[in-house]
Ligand binder design. Structure first.
Ligand code: PEP
Ligand code: MN
Length: 356
């Protein structure tokens, strides 16, 4: 249930709601929505609802039957921002609320020279953050599985050399301590979106999480997976649309561009798009990236490699670092136009309101 406090409710009154919840062994989640405090509880108990309604300062108690609670705009009305890096000389990256954070790097970490060459080129081109897989989810057990901890060490070296934080995938609860020791942001891959034990475990680390949509998952299921992380008390979750399976075979997956505005309406969590895994072909990555920016994405995750034809994984969809700067220029330019259109619309709306 959602407990909506009165606009004039005092801190003490909110404290009484929290104390009652805790006395019943329920964990209360506190937020702000449209200028007032909101408390979410994972119970829909009718007796408790009646008791809460009696408390001073409580305006309304709303059932939230669907289970989508902490990710919902009802719980938090403004756009959330997830911060990565910022300490020990690292760049501070904020994803959300009209940002355009571009995360780039190879599908997998292969060797030191290639990773460092790519990372320097990405920073020089204006990329914000690095990506690279050390633990790879592969369809076949006989294919390259990633360098594991060695890959994490190389990513840490690339971070040190460029000052850019990095995101990398964590495949299992067993690998989590090692990945969390190195990574600035933990990626839950499409295939792990409903690995609920892993979602809880990454949530408990308190670290920023990049949650990718499963290739067969609905938007509701994606939000429910995010709920698992938020329910641990970790609010630093960024959602990622990366294409879903459809009957279409021209692309590796079908980029669900509509997911961006749908998610924007329903959740305060930042939303980024991975055009690489959606496209499956490198010449489709730039147009899909631009479509994602126009649809309102807060960032992009792009596979980039100095010599993509030699990449160990996802070679076909990886763009050469030499093309990255030009694609990034287009991304920034579309983003600027989208923001200025939104600002003009907002001004017009405010003028209209004033004249009414
Ligand atoms: C990746 O980003 O490297 C990856 C494996 O993506 P996905 O989980 O979306 O397939
Ligand atoms: Mn890949």
């Amino acid at each position: 249930m959602l407990i909506l406090m009165n606009f004039r409710a005092t801190l003490k009154q909110t404290g009484e709601v929290l104390a009652l919840s805790e006395s019943l062994n329920l964990r209360p989640y506190l937020s702000q929505s449209q200028g007032r405090r909101v408390v979410a509880l994972t119970s829909e108990d009718a007796m408790l609802t009646a008791r809460l309604k009696e408390l001073p300062g409580v305006d309304e108690v709303r059932p939230l039957g669907s289970g989508i609670k902490l990710t919902s705009r009802h719980f938090r009305s403004d756009d959330g921002v997830v911060v990565i890096g910022g300490e020990r000389g690292l760049r501070r990256v904020s994803i959300g609320h009209e940002s355009m954070v571009v995360i780039a790097g190879p599908c997998s970490v292969e060797d030191r020279e290639t990773l460092l060459a790519g990372a320097h080129a990405i920073r020089e081109a204006g990329g914000d953050m690095l990506r690279g897989g050390a633990f790879k989810p592969r369809t076949s057990p006989y294919m390259f599985q990633g360098l594991g901890v060695k890959g994490l060490e190389l990513l840490a070296e690339a971070r040190q050399a460029t000052g850019l934080p990095f995101v990398t995938e964590v495949l299992s609860v067993d690998d989590l301590p090692a990945v969390a020791e190195y990574a600035d942001m933990l990626q839950i891959g499409a295939r792990s979106m409903q690995n609920f034990a892993l979602l809880r475990a990454v949530g408990e680390t308190g670290r920023p999480i990049l949650l990718k949509r499963g290739m067969m998952a609905t938007i509701d299921e994606l939000l429910m997976s995010a709920e698992y992380i938020l329910a641990t008390g970790n609010e630093s979750v960024v959602l990622c649309e990366r294409g879903i399976r459809t009957f279409e075979t021209s692309t590796r997956n079908t980029l669900d561009v509509a997911a961006v505005p749908v998610l924007r309406q329903r959740t305060h969590l930042p939303i980024i798009v991975d055009p690489s895994h959606a496209a499956g072909h490198r010449d489709l990555v730039a147009p899909l990236a631009l479509a994602a920016v126009a649809a309102g994405a807060d960032g992009l995750l792009i596979e980039v490699h100095p010599d993509p034809d030699r990449a160990a994984t996802d070679a076909q969809q990886t763009i050469p670092t030499k093309d990255f700067a030009e694609i990034l220029r287009k991304i920034r330019s579309v983003h600027k136009s989208v923001r200025s259109c939104e600002a003009t619309n907002r001004e017009k709306y405010e003028d209209d309101l004033e004249q009414q």
